[in-house]
Design a protein around this ligand. Structure first.
Ligand code: FAD
Length: 294
């Protein structure tokens, strides 16, 4: 099975896509429609997030197995340490391997219910993503990714500490990091510079969300942990009552962001698709990232 790093070794920039596990049959139909619409565009890899509990976690495992066996896509499964013992984590990793998934995004996860609540480790579990990277590495020939935060993780004391812990988990055996959402290219580039300044050469990949509605804009701002992105808000909020114009301007803004990142030499643009394909297809087509045969 091809690794994510192998898929990023070509000349030009590529794109990759992220989904979340379906909650019911209707969700599943939407997810698979999107997967099938994006598959011919040959994304470098696709990933499925890992939820906070039982049925959602089963959904990740079921969906990623289906991607591995029924599609041409390179699958990457997310895995979080929250509420898992080490024995359970070993089981999930073994299961991923058994269905042919060799790429894992190793995360700590958040306490259920309150993202900013106190972190309580499982009594037989792990404390930080760094330990999960080590565990995954110790269990086989996996390609491992981690998360990164352009504005710093909400629980980090400052950007210096944030960078130190990011680099620690990269040095623990991760091959690359995928960044949380951001709004100005410089915000991502500064993160990349902070990592490079430590001498760490791991790839840092920008996370991109196509902005199609006021809701996606506000969700992006919340997820990013960024201070209000004034320039973008001034550009898009006046269009809030005109969904068509908002969508067109949102796609323009995201395309411009991606163009700047490509000019700065990013190897991959990782799209948070929210299980829909249309906006991502539009942006990658405008960027010319779609292979000729598609
Ligand atoms: P860590 O790297 O462990 O960091 C957590 C905090 O601890 C940070 O503040 C860090 O600076 C600090 N820290 C790290 N190591 C140490 C140390 N040794 N000593 C002291 N402090 C330390 N969540 C999900 O539930 N499911 C998903 O599928 C998912 N996918 C994601 C994908 C991406 C690309 C991103 C950016 C985030 C994703 N998340 C997901 C969210 C993520 O789980 C949360 O942001 C979580 O709060 C942090 O996880 P982490 O792996 O970054 O933690």
């Amino acid at each position: 099975m091809t690794s994510v790093v192998e898929r990023l070794q070509g000349d030009g920039p590529v794109f990759s896509i992220e989904f979340f596990p379906p909650r019911d049959a209707a969700d599943e139909a939407v997810l698979w429609k999107s997967i099938r619409e994006l598959e011919p565009l040959d994304p470098a890899y696709m990933s499925i997030t890992y939820g906070a509990g039982g049925s959602s976690r089963d959904g990740t495992i079921r969906s990623i197995a289906r991607v591995a066996t029924e599609t041409t896509l390179v699958p990457m499964a997310h895995l979080t340490a929250v509420n898992h013992s080490v024995a359970e984590l070993r089981n999930v990793i073994g299961w991923y391997a058994a269905v042919g998934v060799r790429n894992i995004l190793a995360l700590r996860g958040d306490p259920p219910g309150d993202v900013y609540g106190d972190w309580v480790p499982h009594p037989d579990g792990l404390n930080y993503a760094e330990e999960l990277v080590e565990l995954v590495r110790s269990l086989g020939d996996f390609c491992v990714g981690v998360s990164a935060f352009p504005y710093g993780h909400p629980r980090s004391a400052n950007l210096e500490a944030d960078t130190e812990y990011l680099v620690r988990k990269l040095r623990a055996g991760a091959d690359f990091a995928i960044a949380q959402l951001f709004f100005e290219p410089e915000d991502f580039l500064r993160l990349r510079d902070r990592v490079a300044a430590t001498g760490c050469e791991a790839l840092v990949i920008p996370g991109i969300m196509p902005l199609t509605t006021l809701r996606t804009l506000h969700t992006s701002i919340k997820l990013s942990g960024a201070p209000a992105p004034r320039r973008l808000l001034d550009r898009l909020e006046p269009l809030a009552d005109d969904p068509k114009s908002f969508r067109a301007a949102g796609i323009d803004a995201v395309t411009e962001l991606c163009e700047r990142l490509i000019a700065e030499g990013v190897p991959d643009l990782h799209f948070y698709t929210f299980n829909r394909s249309k906006a991502t297809r539009e942006v990658v087509s405008r960027l010319g990232l779609v292979p000729a045969r598609a």
